[in-house]
Design a protein around this ligand. Structure first.
Ligand code: NAD
Length: 499
């Protein structure tokens, strides 16, 4: 019998009531390994009511007590990290060491959330006027929702729930229906760590569940990560329903290779950032931009054999560079883009379309593909492919290289490889992209800084994690106080000023 995954609501695992299910595949084998319940509108509404009732008491707990739950959670999750990574890898298809990184980068935001007593401190002005003090405080929003993608099923749910809950909110997490088991387990661990029931709920589902969260007036804020079209839809629907939203979308990340770059280091960086996790990372490098023909030729000479010798294997193979893609649909989509690139006239130097994994013939495996002489008018340059496919766009000079990521529709991450400090500084200052790496291929900021792309990669005012997350999950109340001894005049009919 196929295993069934329900929801985590009110501190316990419950079965779905809608009678609707989604398939969870085993990407190594190409079979269905479980079914996940897809929540109905009525089920989501019941969770919202439950979360709303629980939130009041949680918000009233002092921040140190709230932080202690996260300290305990860190201890429990740290012990269980290898099992969490295996569970994640089995549904997603990324290698187990890569899945360990997925868990770890999430736990680092939990570590950040442990500082909530300090992070929540407000501002105070003593003597803002005669006998007047002024102070501001940060108060939770109430019930908030997190809607997350398949590609980081541990890290991104933790990026959402840790700051939200630390601030005193109750969260309803709607993880990807492709790989919900790790988010479910994380919620159980939060509960074991002492979180009261109703404060972190995992509701599995699809558009019906999401739309309920977006339109219900009791949900005050929504944090989303996924593809750009859905990010924009979530952002506009939340705005129309009077709730705040931060929605992070897709990407097309460039790596500029300057003529003075150390090519061995560059190729090492490129191969990991381009093909790690089968290219299913929002910060994957999908476009390499060598500057000058000499740089391009030298880069290709070193890069081609590395792409040809990538080691693809089942996700539990400790030697594999990367595993299968997440679903058959994703595999077909990526292969379709490679076909399109050939039709568009790009030079397919390494073709991994027909790769078959021995012993796993039905798995969603794909060999590394490398295109040379890609031009900005091609669809394979414009679209996010989200697979093990790297495009090389040859730039004549630095200005052209700078303009490529700057004028691209997406603006998540970008990197420059060079030994020239002036060039690097100029690039970091001028490039129209949200996160920049200088000789760092995947510049994902650490937990205490903030993460967020620009243009079609982010629909938001505030970024994820770091200080912005505390601003996003709270609202500011400002109090002006004066005691009777400070009252000097009678009635005032003119707006008070400090002149
Ligand atoms: P997706 O947009 O298909 O799904 C994301 C979430 O939205 C899921 O929970 C899904 O159930 C929900 N959803 C999907 N279609 C919906 C609809 N029509 N209405 C309402 N909800 C809907 O994304 P994905 O395939 O799971 O993830 C991959 C994408 O996420 C890539 O584009 C990747 O670049 C992006 N991503 C971005 C970041 C970032 O921080 N910018 C990080 C990771 C992934």
């Amino acid at each position: 019998m196929t295993a069934e995954i329900g929801h985590f609501i009110g501190g316990k695992t419950v079965s779905g009531q809608s009678g609707r299910f989604g398939d969870i595949f085993d990407p190594n084998l190409g079979t269905v390994q479980a079914k996940v319940a897809l929540a109905s509108k009525a089920e989501v509404e019941a969770v919202i009511a439950n979360a709303e009732a629980a939130q009041v008491e949680w918000a009233a707990q002092n921040p140190q007590r709230r932080a202690r739950v996260f300290f305990k959670f860190l201890e429990l999750a740290e012990k269980e990290k290898p099992e969490l990574a295996k569970l994640l890898s089995k549904e997603h298809g990324k290698t187990v060491p890569d899945a360990m990184g997925d868990v770890q980068r999430g736990l680092e935001v939990v570590e950040f959330a442990c500082g909530i007593p300090h992070l929540l401190k407000g501002e105070f002005t003593d003597g803002a006027g005669p006998g007047i003090d002024m102070y501001s405080m940060r108060q939770p929003l109430g019930v908030v929702a997190g809607i997350t993608p398949f590609n980081f099923p541990a890290m991104i749910p933790m990026w959402k729930f840790a700051p939200a809950i630390a601030c005193g909110n109750a969260m309803i997490l709607k993880p990807s229906e492709r790989d919900p088991s790790v988010p479910m387990r994380l919620a159980e661990l939060m509960f074991e760590a002492g979180l009261p029931e109703g404060i972190l709920n995992v509701v599995n589902g699809d558009k019906e569940a999401v739309d309920t969260l977006l339109t219900d007036p009791r949900v005050k804020g929504v944090g989303f990560v996924g593809s750009s079209a859905i990010a924009q839809y979530i952002y506009s629907t939340c705005a129309a329903n009077g709730k705040r939203a931060q929605c992070f979308g897709g990407a097309k990340n460039h790596m500029i290779v300057m003529p003075d770059a150390d090519l061995d280091q560059t190729v090492d960086a490129l191969i990991g950032a381009g093909y790690g996790s089968a290219g299913e990372r929002c910060m994957a490098i999908s476009v390499a931009v060598p500057v000058g023909e000499g740089t391009a030729n030298a880069l290709m000479e070193k890069l081609v054999p590395r792409v040809e010798s990538l080691k693809i294997g089942p996700s539990h193979d400790p030697e594999a560079d990367y595993g299968p893609l997440v679903t058959r649909q994703a595999l077909d989509r990526v292969r379709g883009y490679v076909d399109l690139g050939v039709k568009e006239g790009a030079d397919l130097v390494v073709d991994g379309r027909d790769f078959v994994m021995q012993g796993y013939e039905d798995g969603y495996f794909m060999g590394g593909c490398l295109f040379d002489k890609v031009t900005p008018d091609m669809q394979i340059y414009k679209d996010e492919i989200f697979g093990p496919v790297l495009s090389v766009v040859r730039a004549h000079d630095y200005d052209e290289a700078l303009s490529l990521p700057s004028t691209h529709e997406y603006g998540n991450g970008v990197a420059i490889f060079t030994r020239d400090g002036d060039a690097a500084r100029d690039f970091a200052s001028k490039v129209n992209v949200g996160m920049v790496g200088i000789n760092v291929p995947i510049p994902v900021p650490l937990a205490y800084h903030t993460f967020g792309g620009w243009k079609a990669s982010g629909f938001n005012d505030l970024n994820q994690h770091g200080p912005d997350s505390i601003r996003f999950y709270t609202r500011t109340k400002t109090v002006t106080s004066r005691w009777p001894s400070g009252v000097k005049e009678g009635a005032e009919f003119v707006i008070p000023t400090m002149s």
